[in-house]
Design a protein around this ligand. Sequence first.
Ligand SMILES: NC(=O)C1=CN([C@@H]2O[C@H](COP(=O)(O)OP(=O)(O)OC[C@H]3O[C@@H](n4cnc5c(N)ncnc54)[C@H](O)[C@@H]3O)[C@@H](O)[C@H]2O)C=CC1
Ligand SMILES: O=C(O)C1=N[C@H](C(=O)O)C[C@H](O)C1
Length: 269
Amino acid sequence: MAPGPLSSSAGRYADRVETTKVAVIGAAGRMGAEVCRAVTAADDLELVGSYDQGDELGDLGGADVVVEFSVPAASPGNVAHCIEQGVHVVVGTTGWDDARLSALEEPLAAHPEVGVLIAPNFAIGAILMMRFAQQAARFYESVEVIELHHPAKVDAPSGTAARTARLIAAARSDAGLGDVPDATTQDPDGARGGRVDGIPVHSVRLRGLVAHQEVLLGGEGELLTLRHDSFDRSSFMPGVLEGVRHVGDHPGLTVGLEHYLGLSSEHDG
Ligand SMILES: NC(=O)C1=CN([C@@H]2O[C@H](COP(=O)(O)OP(=O)(O)OC[C@H]3O[C@@H](n4cnc5c(N)ncnc54)[C@H](O)[C@@H]3O)[C@@H](O)[C@H]2O)C=CC1
Ligand SMILES: O=C(O)C1=N[C@H](C(=O)O)C[C@H](O)C1
């Protein structure tokens, strides 16, 4: 089968002579282990280091690029270490609020050649879903985001849901839309869920799930549902490898893989 534009297949790179050296932080985790397998299977990439909690990161095994999938509390320190070592880094860990992003400015100013890609979701369908939700937002009075994940996930809402809600909120604001209509005055048990930038977000944790999200957009007499499902963590690998192969071409901080895919928009943060 011919590899797609985001294929993790190594075939299309078979004529390349040099390999990119890759290290993985969070290598013992669900995503880190999957990334180690994907890197090992790619002819143009070489796995030179794998690190988890308690390991000394040091020179990162001489890596050209680090892939970081750990926990929100540890990720900023790990990423800063990579930058200080002059190593590009592709980050999938969630929890990157404005304060954490700002803290990268200083190390990046000292190493302006280093590329940092932070992506809340590497699955192409999830990236498209966020873009479609952003495009649709101005046409609908109501919108709610429902994210559904495996019960081992520690953070809620998901990074993807938070980013989706922020993109929707910005698009609604630009279009002059006010608050979503909601007559609720009593909700002692929090049944209406949380809010991100005023957009209702609901988090489901269920055995058997991997990573799923719906965006419900309601207008007079109609409903538009945008849904994406990651049934397996392999769905994230083409995007991760795309990031690994191109992060060196994008010095400085980039938030969202869409910027590497020609899907940027003026509202992206
Ligand atoms: N951007 C994306 O496409 C995706 C992002 N994620 C995010 O990636 C992160 C990891 O997810 P999972 O692999 O499912 O979690 P996990 O819990 O299976 O793995 C996390 C790993 O990080 C390790 N760790 C903890 N502290 C560390 C430290 N200080 N240094 C290095 N490693 C440390 C843990 O020991 C564990 O092995 C989460 O924030 C999750 O939301 C998950 C899937 C896709
Ligand atoms: O923890 C997960 O599993 C996932 N985390 C990311 C998020 O929080 O958005 C990406 C994906 O949803 C899987």
